[in-house]
Design a protein around this ligand. Structure first.
Ligand code: PLP
Length: 386
């Protein structure tokens, strides 16, 4: 089907919540995407940090093929091995408590919100300015962005927004606080690393009051920053974390992982989801977790991240480079439009990147990216000099 026909279908039948780029992708492998005309693109967005293992990783393809032909769904009224093995692996790889599987990032945060409110009934949830936690009502209420929240008021009550300042955070947390919910690196609003002081203040405030510290690792997790979870590089261990995006190796899944303190707060009947932890997606996630936890891969993410960041800093139109591992962003010189640069990268250079705002471009390539692909992306970005 030609692109114009797809656009006509979209115009007539798709609720217009997305501003799509005029490209139809039909195939992917590793860091490469192909459009319907056979043109090859270098993917430095990975479906917004979903394809950390790369497109159509052979191990994911093999596992999904095998599982889809055997058993796809039975609901959580019964046992299946992949869900239990995935829960164990997620717990062992992080906080050592228990896991609730779900279907997306927003749902993982919804589960976290229910967990912390169950632990401290009617408690407030403290969130940070510039945070992003998803589009469902609880997650949206934790996402203090006027343009996203205002049209959908009234929101869920009990969310307290604080600036990214240790003293302000400390002052906002008391014995009525159920949780502090934060991204260790804020992704959607432009890759902002939270300072060690801020994270330490969050940990201290939660320890002082008994509130739960919850890290949203939906974008930062699964090796994106050079360790399996971003908290490993911060010196702060949260009481729970949420994961999604790359966890499914390209298929939809989310997870809430607790430490031991919060492991048994939710009880039978408190929460649930029909599709959650189905054997097909859980098999894929187990394989993705194995790939992303590989020490060699993680070391390469750190090395290639530094190489890429150095190259980005040398771009004449970049005024700042931020990020960790392969979660990077550049700010553009005044007057240079990030949406324009991202669009030209796609259409002129066949490089897939994304603008997180008017002056910031985000880069999140698959973690299997090669040195040559990093250099290739930099060469394409050089050619975009305005
Ligand atoms: N939390 C963070 C940090 C995210 O980056 C996102 C998505 O971009 C979400 C939550 C929401 O995830 P989903 O789109 O899977 O609901």
């Amino acid at each position: 089907m030609a692109l114009a026909e797809l656009q006509a279908l979209e115009r007539d039948y798709a609720i217009p919540t997305y501003a799509r780029n005029p490209v139809e992708f039909v195939r992917g492998s590793g860091c490469t995407l192909w459009d319907a005309d056979g043109n090859e693109y270098l993917d430095f967005l990975a479906g917004i940090s979903v394809l950390n293992v790369g497109h159509c990783h052979p191990r994911i393809v093999e596992v999904v093929r095998e599982q889809v032909a055997r058993l796809t769904h039975v609901t959580n009224l019964y046992y299946t091995e992949p869900a239990m093995r995935l829960s164990a692996r997620l717990s062992e790889s992080s906080l050592g408590g228990k896991v609730f599987l779900c279907n997306s990032g927003a749902e993982a945060n919804e589960a976290a919100i229910k967990l912390v409110r169950r632990a401290r009934p009617r408690g407030d949830i403290v969130v940070l300015q510039d945070g992003f936690h998803g589009r469902t009502y609880g997650a949206l209420s934790a996402t203090p962005q006027e343009s996203k929240q205002a049209p959908f008021a009234p929101l869920v009550p009990g969310f307290v927004v604080v600036p990214k300042d240790p003293a302000a955070l400390d002052a906002a947390v008391d014995e009525r606080t159920a949780a502090v919910l934060i991204e260790p690196i804020q992704g959607e609003t432009g890759i902002h690393i939270l300072s060690e002081e801020l994270l330490a203040a969050a940990r201290d405030a939660c320890d002082r009051t008994g509130a739960a510290l919850v890290f949203d690792e939906i974008q930062t997790g699964m090796g994106r920053t050079g360790t399996l979870w971003a908290y490993e590089q911060t010196g702060v261990v949260p009481d729970a974390l949420t994961s999604a995006k790359a966890l499914g190796g390209g298929l939809p899944i989310g997870a809430l992982v607790t430490g031991t303190r919060l492991a048994d707060v939710l009880r039978p009947g408190d929460h649930g989801s029909t599709f959650a932890g189905g054997p097909l997606i859980s098999s894929a996630a187990l394989a993705a977790l194995e790939i992303c936890a590989d020490a060699e891969l993680l070391a390469r993410v750190r090395v290639l991240g530094e190489r890429f960041a150095a190259g980005l800093a040398a771009l004449p139109y970049a005024t700042a480079v931020r990020g960790r591992g392969l979660m990077l962003a550049i700010d553009l010189a005044p007057g240079v439009s990030a949406p324009d640069v991202a669009r030209r990268a796609l259409l002129e250079q066949r490089l897939v990147v994304n603008a997180t705002g008017p002056g910031t471009i985000r880069f999140e390539p698959p973690l299997v990216v090669s040195e040559a692909e990093v250099d290739g992306a930099l060469a394409r970005l050089q050619k975009l000099c305005p």
